[in-house]
Design a protein around this ligand. Structure first.
Ligand code: AFP
Length: 330
């Protein structure tokens, strides 16, 4: 008997009151993952590597695959009226579908292709997603429906495009997170990692150390303590791929901490709360780990802008707690 498929698992864990709408959204997210994985696989042959010639809302050069992945996310929800509107890391504004009578109670936020600096080098990439229920109201979703703390996500997760494609998702209150690996021969995700809990007392620290001159003294001391084995949680070896999903996935399975701290020229760091930090924070917490902005629990932050950034300290609970206490030292 093969392991359960992702769809079987979603249907089984579906709470009654969700009427299957959330299941359908998760199923469409997995479809987006399969479609993007296929485009990544063939991008070298199809001339889909390289820059698209446009810049995104962050002022960053968009890669052709960034644009394609964004289109795929838009397309998979086109025929799903329960999705009222979308927010994408690649787009400045909320994205609405042209049918003006959409009344769906869900909104979906996503970073369609994270770590796009890895495209041309055949490195790991990822997509990150988050589903919220609208705060209420009729008709078109509004900005307030998107500006919700991470604790109100009804589902969150990511898709890792590495040597294998892996779909990881969680829902509120879950203990232990599940991961599903794509079997390309049949185009189906199967449960391969059941009830993942982030290991404690081992693993790596993951940070872009070339930013050291722009760190505060506290961050410098924190990272040095991991490197030198002086951290109370023990020594951690260094690992950094430049793709958040890959770095987070390793941390989820092996333990340790990922951090993107504030920089002198970026006081709230680089990563976006709604599209990156908040969904991964729910995965981390449901896997027994923790996520903080350096002082507050990430899932409690109330974002004020769609593209708001926040510092990120995420991983094993003891490592994140140690980091927060170390940052408080003067
Ligand atoms: P891109 O998707 O624009 O390449 O950014 C990747 C990312 O958002 C995240 O995946 C990485 O963890 C982080 O940026 C890497 O940033 P640095 O290059 O500043 O280390």
């Amino acid at each position: 008997m093969p392991n359960p498929t992702l769809i079987e698992h979603i249907l089984k864990s579906q709470p009654h009151e969700a009427h299957g709408e959330l299941s359908r959204i998760l199923a469409r997210l997995s479809l987006a993952g399969r479609m993007i994985a296929q485009r990544i696989l063939n991008a070298g042959f199809l001339g889909e590597h390289g820059e698209a010639g446009s810049v995104n809302v962050q002022g960053e050069e968009q890669q052709k695959l960034d644009v394609l992945a964004n289109e795929i996310f838009k397309r998979v929800f086109e025929t799903l009226p329960s999705v009222n509107a979308l927010g994408s890391e690649e787009c400045e504004e909320i994205m609405y579908y042209p049918d003006s009578d959409r009344r769906g109670k869900y909104i979906v936020l996503f970073d369609p292709l994270d770590g796009s600096g890895n495209i041309d080098i055949n490195g790991s990439l990822g997509s990150i997603f988050s589903v919220h229920r609208r705060r209420g109201g009729e008709g078109r979703a509004e900005l307030g429906d998107f500006l919700q703390p991470g604790s109100r996500q009804v589902a969150a997760g990511y898709i890792l495009y590495g040597p294998a494609t892996v779909f990881v998702y969680t829902v509120p209150g879950q203990t232990g997170v599940n991961a599903f690996t794509l079997d390309r021969s049949v185009g189906e995700f199967f449960l391969t990692h059941r009830d993942i809990l982030i290991p404690e007392g081992k693993g790596s620290y993951s940070v872009n150390e070339s930013n050291e001159p722009k760190w505060t003294e506290e961050v410098r001391n924190l990272v040095a303590s991991f490197r030198r084995g002086e951290a109370t949680v023990g020594k951690r070896s260094a690992r950094y791929t430049g793709a958040l999903v890959a770095d987070f996935h390793r941390t989820l399975l092996k333990g340790g901490i990922f951090l993107y701290p504030p920089l002198k020229d970026r006081p709230r760091g680089k990563l976006r709360y709604l599209y990156e930090a908040s969904p991964l924070a729910m995965v981390a917490e449901n896997a027994g780990g923790a996520a903080s902005d350096g002082s507050l629990r990430l899932l409690d932050l109330e974002p004020r802008e769609l593209h708001e950034r926040c510092p990120l300290y995420i991983g094993s609970k003891a490592d994140v707690e140690y980091a927060v206490s170390k940052l408080r030292e003067t």
